[in-house]
Ligand binder design. Structure first.
Ligand SMILES: *[C@@H]1O[C@H](CO)[C@@H](O)[C@H](O)[C@H]1NC(C)=O
Ligand SMILES: *[C@@H]1O[C@H](CO)[C@@H](O)[C@H](O)[C@H]1NC(C)=O
Ligand SMILES: *[C@@H]1O[C@H](CO)[C@@H](O)[C@H](O)[C@H]1NC(C)=O
Ligand SMILES: *[C@@H]1O[C@H](CO)[C@@H](O)[C@H](O)[C@H]1NC(C)=O
Ligand SMILES: *[C@@H]1O[C@H](CO)[C@@H](O)[C@H](O)[C@H]1NC(C)=O
Length: 426
């Protein structure tokens, strides 16, 4: 009996510690709590050994207080986490966590595909800074290296903007494409991409890169290995919405233009709709990929860009749309994630909130939907940039919730119908 008790006690301690305790954050807006999968006070990396890690700490190559994760992606058992080189001491920008061997806690990041591919300023061989990344259905990982070290007025362009495409099954680079000088301008800052797979299979791929401070959209054609720049006044910020209150801070980001992007399912005409919004804005815009995919059309199609009604929920960073046309968008002023079912018109009545939490969701920086599960990363970015993070507090969280549970009971959970195309219902 005594041994049975010991075994029980040991087992319960083990369940809490060996497998990591799963924290649940109840949300005011949906029945489903957010599951805290991973959380960190500060980021750490998986060095080959403790000696190497200590050397990196001593030399300043690794400075724990300077790491801020901004982007996530999920592919099979890999959870990718990007860390821009905004400050010194970031050992690797493109990283992953093995989901088989990490079930919770604060796992160390492993450079992807390896350390040498993450050397800052090693143009052509190393990735200097990666922000939002995308794994497509053809097992390719799309990573735009901005080539920059620093942020704002400290930015140094160490390498040119370069699109890198990895084959996730071999971890090899299958395509590298430097943006042309004509694709960018002196204000260019690209922190987000959207990958458009068409009806023509894996080779029918285009990438849209949102130039947040240079106010443009750069399109890359995989098949032709060429790029072009699209401009439109809808890429610019609304000067009246540059004031922010996030994480107890008031600050002004009035220059932030086109940032969040999501692609609809393929409509009856064979094209998707690209939804997009400037960061400093309360509006969503839309354009057919038929326009973007054609460099001639993209030059001269002002009226093909649509303005959606105002979103009375504040600023939004990243957004994503699943294969059924459910759009999720991060609401940074509300510590929340919003939703829209694109079968319904885009109107305030049809926008919902699927998760909100004033501690766990301070600055949701990225959101993904993978196999019916929503993945969110929150990172207190304004506190990091404007003041500093409290190293004793949990600052970064990766949370999940099944999409069906999250939208249950919200306005986004309506009659399941097959997606018929954005234009046909709007
Ligand atoms: C750079 O920006 C920071 C923060 O916005 C500001 O405090 C600093 O004075 C700026 N430095 C220069 C050289 O403009
Ligand atoms: C790192 O990964 C890249 C891309 O797969 C490869 O070309 C390179 O040889 C690797 N380097 C090392 C040291 O393994
Ligand atoms: C590739 O370029 C050719 C010639 O400019 C054009 O006709 C074709 O549509 C392009 N294909 C793609 C997929 O962009
Ligand atoms: C794509 O174009 C770039 C130059 O613009 C070139 O360096 C690269 O080799 C090309 N890749 C392929 C697969 O053609
Ligand atoms: C930092 O975080 C810890 C843990 O949450 C908290 O006890 C402490 O008061 C915080 N310090 C400051 C200065 O906010």
């Amino acid at each position: 009996m005594k041994y049975f008790c010991f075994t029980l006690i040991f087992l319960s301690i083990c369940i809490a510690h060996c497998f990591g305790e799963v924290k649940r954050w109840p949300s005011r807006f949906s029945r489903a709590p957010l599951l805290e999968r991973f959380s960190w006070k500060q980021l750490d990396w998986q060095y080959p050994d403790e000696i190497t890690r200590n050397e990196a700490l001593a030399s300043g190559e690794y400075q724990p207080q300077n790491g801020l994760p901004v982007g996530i992606e999920i592919w099979k058992n890999k959870l990718f986490v990007t860390v821009p080189r905004w400050k010194i001491g970031i050992p690797s920008t493109l990283n992953y966590i093995d989901l088989d061997s990490n079930r919770g806690g604060s796992p160390k990041l492993t450079p992807y595909p390896n350390w040498s591919q993450n050397v800052a300023g090693a143009c052509g061989t190393g990735i200097t800074t990666a922000y939002r990344i995308y794994a497509d259905q053809c097992d390719r990982l799309w990573v735009l290296d901005t080539g920059t070290i620093g942020i704002g007025n400290t930015t140094v362009q160490a390498c040119p903007y370069t699109l890198n495409v990895f084959d996730l099954t071999t971890d090899k680079i299958v395509r590298q494409y430097r943006l042309r000088p004509e694709d960018i301008n002196q204000n260019t800052f690209i922190a987000n991409i959207a990958v458009d797979l068409g009806t023509g299979g894996c080779d029918d791929a285009f990438v849209y890169m949102s130039d947040e401070l240079g106010y443009g959209l750069i399109v890359y054609s995989w098949a032709n290995n060429t790029s072009w720049r699209v401009t439109h006044s809808y890429f610019m910020p609304d000067p009246l919405t540059g004031d922010y209150n996030v994480g107890g801070l008031n600050f002004q980001w009035g220059e932030e233009g086109i940032f969040g992007m999501s692609l609809s399912p393929i409509a009856a005409d064979g094209f998707r709709t690209l939804f997009f919004h400037p960061l400093s804005s309360n509006r969503e815009f839309a354009v057919s990929t038929e326009i973007l995919r054609d460099p001639e059309l993209a030059l001269d199609s002002y009226h093909a860009f649509q303005v959606l009604p105002e979103r009375p929920m504040g600023h939004s960073t990243s957004e994503v749309m699943d294969e059924n046309g459910i759009q999720l968008f991060n609401l940074i002023d509300q510590n929340a994630v919003g939703c829209w079912n694109s079968l319904l018109p885009y109107s305030p009545d049809n926008l919902g909130v699927i998760a909100r939490h004033d501690e766990a969701l301070i600055f949701p920086a990225d959101v993904k939907i993978k196999n019916g599960v929503i993945w969110i990363i929150s990172d207190r970015m304004p506190n990091f940039l404007i003041t500093s993070l409290n190293a004793s507090d949990i600052n970064f969280r990766i949370l999940t919730v099944p999409l069906a549970d999250a939208i249950a009971g919200t306005v986004c959970d309506n009659v399941p119908r097959k997606f018929a195309g954005f234009n046909s219902v709007w």
